[in-house]
Structures are given as structure tokens and as C-alpha cells.
Design a binder for this molecule. Sequence first.
Ligand SMILES: C[S@@+](CC[C@H](N)C(=O)[O-])C[C@H]1O[C@@H](n2cnc3c(N)ncnc32)[C@H](O)[C@@H]1O
Length: 182
Amino acid sequence: MAMDGSEELDGSELGTKAFWDAAYSREVENFKSHKDVGEVWFGEDSMDRVIRYIERCDEITESSSILDVGCGNGLFLIELACAGYTDVTGVDYAADAVKLARMVAEDKKVAVTFETADFMSVSTFGVCRYIESVRRLVRPGGLLLITSCNWTASELTAHLCPTFHAREDSANAQLLIRRMLR
Ligand SMILES: C[S@@+](CC[C@H](N)C(=O)[O-])C[C@H]1O[C@@H](n2cnc3c(N)ncnc32)[C@H](O)[C@@H]1O
């Protein structure tokens, strides 16, 4: 997903809804036939690092409101729910991703809300539509945790600040930033 139209990378099929619809349609069938929860796209190590970070973060409590945008199979939130987090919601624009996430959550017997939604639809604002969409979803003072496979940490910082304040900039391009209080 390009953040700034002026520096848009060549299109990849991973940037199309058709790709994700097809991927999660297959994964729904796989789950139905042999309970395979499917792909964790950034890898389980990456997911675990973010979860461990959340657990260590003094500002995030078990009752904090946590939204996973592009939740896919929902495993990240399901793991958080298993760890005791109670206000967790996932959105994905692929209806079958949401279907899969609901099936996995039911199988693991945890309460997580999953909804089908295109998070980019909250904004129609020109070249920085991604940033504007994210800004609208994070309350002032709230935290945005972002994992990116096509932007480096410094590129993310350059694009997202000053809308957000960079809080932590780790070498593995996982970035914790705070929405500015305005
Ligand atoms: C790389 S996958 C990551 C899925 C999951 N978070 C994981 O780590 O396995 C990106 C996800 O974002 C979803 N997605 C892409 N653009 C979206 C949009 N505009 N609104 C909602 N979901 C979107 C895709 O359907 C896909 O599930």
C-alpha cells in the first residue's frame, strides 16, 4: 500500500483486493477441511515481537481498546485475547479473512470482534490518503504500531511524522508512534 502517491512503487498483486479475496477463500476451505489457520504474513516471530511489546508497554492495559487494521486470519488479536486483552477488534476488507478469523476465534473459544471494512474508505483525502485514514482511526494520544514489508523504518518515520510522533524506531522496521495531540 503506497502512503504517498508521489512515490508510489510499481503495483504488486499483493496490493489488490482480488489477491486477498482469493487467498482467504482458499484459507477458509483449508480451515474447514483440516483446521489450518493459514498464513501469518509477516511471520510468527514478528507477530510475537509485537505482542511481547504490548505486554511490556505500561500505557497499554488489558482493557485498552486495540484495533488491528488488515487483521487477516485474526491470529494476532486471538493471541492477545488469550493473553487477557478484552477490547480487541479486527477489520479486513476481504470478507473471507473475516470469516476465517471468526472461525479461528470460535475454535479457540475467545471473544474477538471481527468486521469487514475497507479502512481506506474513512478518507478521500488526496495523496496522503493512507496517513489520513490511519490518523482518523487512532485517537489523539493513542498509539499506532505498524509493521511494514515494503517501507523501511526511516521511510515510515518520514511519511508518518509529523502527523505522529516517533516513539521507538527499531532496526527491524517495526515502529511505535504516537498520534500527536491535536
Ligand atoms: C500482509 S496481509 C497481513 C494479514 C495479517 N495481519 C497477518 O499478519 O497475517 C495484509 C492484510 O490487509 C488487508 N487489507 C489490505 N488493504 C486493506 C484495506 N484497505 N482495508 C482493510 N484491509 C485491508 C488484506 O486483506 C490482508 O488481510
